[in-house]
Design a protein around this ligand. Structure first.
Ligand code: IPE
Length: 256
């Protein structure tokens, strides 16, 4: 089984509040279906999450009554994107159910902890793909917080022990500098903990869950037991399909 995160940057336009990139999401789901490879999908919230969450500092927990309406709205918006994604998967013949992280996990002082994993396990056992995503989750200490799709990837990897983990983003991989502003930026085909120290963050969009460097760190945490983690560009048609077919593609691979 391959665990795939479809980043918010590929399924939404991150600069515009609640803008679903239907065409791209449909193509990626089609590529997954066409590969025939068993997968579990996690997705980011993109502009369905980050725009409002940042405006109201939802990631810092409850500090102001004004945040309450916004926290509810971010959760609602993230669920809406979840429904759009599961419909897209089902249109491609993949039975899928959107599972808000808050139904199976809680937070304790900013840390996500399992609460009741039975719904996720039962869905998978039945052959229905449990699709989780970045969302607002209630926090026992802070009131509420944000769990990112990357954190959900780590939790799903622990549960399902995938052979490979794939992060689908809008860049070809990890670069020595920001490829959008620096023409000398070079793609790093492979990295480990040592390489990570030498690169700066290449994220240039508003992002309450930390940008590319955080993603790389969580990729390294998910390596091991012969499992590598790959970051690929999902905006290039056919690249995800090629990767799932085991072909060599432009990407960055994290190894222990
Ligand atoms: C963000 O999840 C969750 C919210 C802001 C509600 P992610 O951090 O995984 O989303 P993307 O992939 O960066 O959009």
């Amino acid at each position: 089984m391959i665990l795939i995160k479809l980043g918010g940057s590929v399924i939404t336009d991150k600069s515009q509040y609640k803008k679903f990139d239907r065409e791209q999401a449909e193509r990626l789901c089609r590529e997954i279906a066409e590969s025939g490879v068993p997968v579990i999908i996690v997705h980011g919230a993109g502009s369905f999450g980050h725009v409002l969450a940042k405006k109201y500092s939802i990631q810092n927990g409850y500090t102001d009554p004004e945040q309450v309406q916004a926290a509810a709205q971010v959760h609602h918006d993230a669920m809406e994107l979840g429904m759009l994604m599961t419909q897209t998967l089902m249109d491609n013949g993949i039975p899928a159910a959107s599972v808000s992280p808050g139904t199976c996990f809680v937070m304790e002082d900013g840390r996500i902890v399992p609460d009741n994993l039975e719904p996720i396990e039962a869905l998978a056992k039945m052959g229905i793909m449990p699709v989780t995503f970045g969302d607002v989750v209630m926090d026992r200490t802070r009131g509420f917080g944000i769990v990112s799709g990357d954190q959900m990837m780590e939790l799903m990897a622990e549960m399902f022990k995938p052979e490979r983990v794939v992060f689908v983003s809008d860049i070809d991989g990890l670069y020595t500098a920001n490829p959008k502003t620096d023409p000398d930026a070079e793609l790093i085909p492979e990295f480990d903990a040592g390489t990570l120290e030498q690169v700066s963050s290449v994220s240039d969009v508003d992002d309450v869950t930390g940008g590319v460097r955080n993603k790389m760190e969580s990729m390294l945490r998910m390596c091991g037991e012969g499992r590598d983690c790959v970051l690929i560009n999902g905006t290039v048609p056919g690249r995800l399909l090629s990767l799932l077919r085991g072909e060599d593609v432009t990407c960055t691979v994290a190894r222990m």
